[in-house]
Ligand binder design. Structure first.
Ligand SMILES: Cc1ncc(C[n+]2csc(CCOP(=O)(O)OP(=O)(O)O)c2C)c(N)n1
Ligand SMILES: [Mg+2]
Length: 549
C-alpha cells in the first residue's frame, strides 16, 4: 500500500471517526476508504477548533485529527493550533507538503520549523517506512503528560511511496502512561494541608483530563476544604456541592475572592497557577502547594512551599490514602461551618445580582439570557462554552456546572470565534448532549460562516449570539475613535445569516421569549439541524470581577 493508505489504517486503529479537514490533501480520500468521515469546514481554523473540542470532550480518549493541505492550508491553521497549544489540548495535525526534494525551498512555508513553538513535536515523515514508528510516537506524546498538538508533515512523495502491508499493519493503539507522586512529597503535602486553618483547594483542568472528579470530591470532603476551579477547570468539581466556590478567572463569584483572601494555604491540583483570562491569580503571603503533571509550571509566578508532580487522579488517590493514614478513616470532616460560610457568601452575592439575572428590560440583559437558558436546560445533559469578551466574563460566575465537561472553559489564549468550532467538535464527541456556545456579535464575525459546516454535517449545536451591536466595554479605551468614527460599533443580522446557511435562525427581542425560543431550537436540534438564537441585548458592563485588594 502507499503511505497515505498506511496513515489512514493507523488512524483507524487509533479509533479515529472523523478527519477535520479542508482540501486539497488526498489523505482525506484514503481516510474515507477506511470509513473515516471527512468533516470539511469553511476555514482551517475551525477545523482545528473542532478537533480541539472533540479531544476535550472525550478527555483525550479520542484524539481530534486535522488534515490540511501544505502552503495556504497549514498557514491558515496557525491560530487554531496556537490556541490548542495554549489550552493544552492534544490534537494531531497532518499537513501535506511538496516532495521531499522541495522541502523548505523558499518561499514554500515550512510547517515543521514554524509550528515548533506551538506543538509538543513537529516533524516531517521522511520515509513511508517510518510511518508506524512516527505515528506511534505522536500518539505517545498526545496521550501522556500535558496535552499539546503534534504536527507530522506528509510530503507528497512520501504519501505515494510504497510500504509493505507487513510494515504498515504492525501497529497497535498506543496506551496512555501515567505516574503518581513521590510518596514523601505526598506525606508532606498532607501534613501541610492538615495543619492549615483555612485551606482552599484550587483545581485546574488537569483534574478534567485525568477524569478525577470523584477523587477530588472525596479529598475535599475528607479535609473539609472549599474548592474553587479555574475557568478551564470549571466542572471538575460539581458547582452545586456545599464546598464549591465556583470558578475564578477575570470574573468570579464572590465566594472565590472571599475564601482566597482569607486562606492561609492554597492547595493547587491539576493547575498551573497562572494569572490571566483563564484563572484568578493567587494572593501573596499564602502557603502554596501545587500538584501538577508538568514541572514547567512549578515556581512560575509564585514561589512554592511544596509540590507534587504526577497525574491528578493518581495523586488525589495517594492524598486520600495519606489523609486517612494521618487522621483516621473519617479524615477531618469538621462541623459544617465551612459549608455554612460558603452558603452565606454565595447567597448574599446572588441576591445582589438577581435584579440583572431576572431583568425584564429591553434590549434584553445578557445575564437574563444566561439565567433563563441555565434554568431551562438539563445541565446533566448539556455542554456549554463561551466566547471571548463579555459572554465569557458573564458566564463564568453564574453558569453553575454540574458535571465534568459540562462546561468547556478557556482563556490561556482567547481567540474570538474559538467557541463555535469547539462546540461543534464537542457535539461530534458527545452526540447525546445538548451543546451550546454563547458568543458576541464580534465573535460571530470571526467564525460564523462555519454554521454551514454544522448544517452540512448535521451537527445540531445551539449558537446563542448576544447581539449588542458593539464590542462591549471597548469605548472606554477608544473615546475619540468611538465618538468621531463610531469605532467600536458593529452591525449584523445573525439569525438571517444562519437561516441562509441552512440552520434554524430566530431573532429574539423580548425576555419573555427566551425560553420559548430555546424550546423551538431544541426541537430542530433533535433532528440534527443546528440552531442560532440571536438575542438583541444591551451592552452590560457590570461584571462580577472582585479584583484583589
Ligand atoms: C482574534 C481576537 N482578536 C481580538 C480579541 C480581543 N477581544 C476580546 S473580546 C473582544 C470584543 C468582543 O465583542 P463581542 O463578540 O461583540 O462580545 P461582547 O463583549 O460585546 O458581548 C475583542 C476585540 C480576541 N479575543 N481575539
Ligand atoms: Mg458585542
Amino acid at each position: 500500500m502507499d503511505g497515505l493508505a498506511a496513515i489512514a489504517k493507523i488512524l483507524k486503529v487509533e479509533g479515529t471517526e472523523y478527519l477535520f479537514c479542508f482540501p486539497a490533501n488526498t489523505l482525506i480520500e484514503a481516510g474515507a476508504v477506511e470509513g473515516i468521515e471527512p468533516i470539511m469546514s469553511r476555514t482551517e481554523r475551525t477545523s482545528i477548533n473542532m478537533a480541539d473540542g472533540y479531544s476535550r470532550v472525550t478527555s483525550g480518549r479520542q484524539i481530534g485529527v486535522c488534515v490540511t493541505q501544505g502552503g495556504p492550508g497549514i498557514e491558515n491553521a496557525f491560530g487554531g493550533v496556537a490556541h490548542a497549544y495554549a489550552e493544552s489540548t492534544p490534537i494531531l495535525v497532518l499537513p501535506g507538503g511538496p516532495t521531499r526534494s522541495r522541502t523548505a525551498q523558499p518561499p514554500e512555508f515550512d510547517p515543521v520549523e514554524n509550528y515548533r513553538g506551538i506543538t509538543k513535536w513537529s516533524a516531517q515523515i521522511n520515509q513511508a517506512a517510518r510511518i508506524p514508528e512516527m505515528m506511534r510516537r505522536a500518539y505517545t506524546f498526545m496521550r501522556s503528560g500535558r496535552g499539546a498538538p503534534v504536527l507530522l508533515q506528509v510530503p507528497s512523495d512520501v504519501g505515494q511511496e510504497e510500504i509493505t502491508d507487513e510494515e504498515a499493519l504492525d501497529y497497535e493503539s498506543v496506551a496512555a502512561f501515567k505516574s503518581g507522586g513521590n510518596p514523601s512529597d505526598i506525606t508532606t503535602a498532607v501534613r501541610l494541608m492538615l495543619s492549615a486553618k483555612r485551606p482552599v483547594i484550587y483545581a485546574g483542568q488537569g483534574v478534567l483530563w485525568a477524569e478525577a472528579t470523584a477523587e477530588l470530591r472525596e479529598f475535599a470532603e475528607l479535609v473539609n476544604a472549599p474548592v474553587m476551579t479555574t475557568n478551564p477547570g470549571k466542572g471538575a468539581f460539581p458547582e452545586n456541592h456545599a464546598l464549591s466556590l465556583g470558578a475564578g478567572a477575570g470574573t468570579m463569584p464572590k465566594t472565590v475572592r472571599h475564601f482566597l483572601d482569607r486562606a492561609d494555604l492554597i492547595f493547587g491540583i491539576g493547575c498551573s497557577f497562572t494569572t490571566n483570562l483563564a484563572s484568578t491569580g493567587v494572593p501573596s503571603g499564602k502557603t502554596l502547594i501545587q500538584c501538577t503533571i508538568d514541572e514547567r509550571d512549578l515556581n512560575k509566578e509564585h514561589r512554592l512551599n511544596h509540590a507534587v508532580i504526577g497525574d491528578a487522579r493518581i495523586v488525589l488517590g495517594q492524598l486520600i490514602d495519606e489523609v486517612r493514614k494521618q487522621t483516621g478513616p473519617e479524615g477531618r470532616k469538621g462541623d459544617g461551618a465551612v459549608a455554612a460560610e460558603v452558603e452565606q457568601v454565595k447567597k448574599e452575592w446572588l441576591e445582589e445580582w438577581m435584579p440583572l439575572l431576572t431583568s425584564d428590560e429591553t434590549p434584553i440583559n445578557p445575564y437574563r439570557v444566561i439565567w433563563d437558558v441555565m434554568n431551562a436546560v438539563d445541565r446533566t445533559q448539556t455542554i456549554v462554552t463561551h466566547d471571548s469578551g463579555h459572554p465569557r466574563d458573564q458566564l463564568i460566575p453564574f453558569w453553575e456546572t454540574l458535571i465534568p465537561r459540562g462546561y468547556l472553559g478557556w482563556g490561556n489564549s482567547s481567540q474570538l470565534g474559538y467557541g463555535l468550532g469547539i462546540a461543534m467538535g464537542a457535539k461530534l464527541g458527545a452526540p447525546e448532549k445538548t451543546v451550546i456556545n454563547f458568543m458576541g456579535d464580534a465573535s460571530f464575525g470571526m467564525a460564523g460562516l462555519d454554521i454551514e459546516t454544522a448544517t452540512r454535517h448535521k451537527i445540531g449545536t445551539l449558537t446563542i449570539v448576544l447581539n449588542n451591536h458593539v464590542l462591549s466595554g471597548y469605548s472606554r479605551n477608544y473615546p475619540v475613535a468611538t465618538e468621531r468614527f463610531g469605532f467600536t460599533n458593529l452591525y449584523g443580522e445573525y439569525a438571517t445569516i444562519a437561516t441562509a446557511l441552512g440552520a434554524y435562525g430566530e431573532r429574539v427581542e423580548s425576555p419573555a421569549e427566551i425560553v420559548p425560543a430555546l424550546r423551538r431550537a431544541q426541537q430542530v436540534m433533535a433532528n440534527g439541524q443546528p440552531a442560532l438564537l440571536e438575542f438583541m441585548t444591551k451592552e452590560e458592563n457590570n461584571l462580577s470581577r472582585h479584583p484583589a485588594q
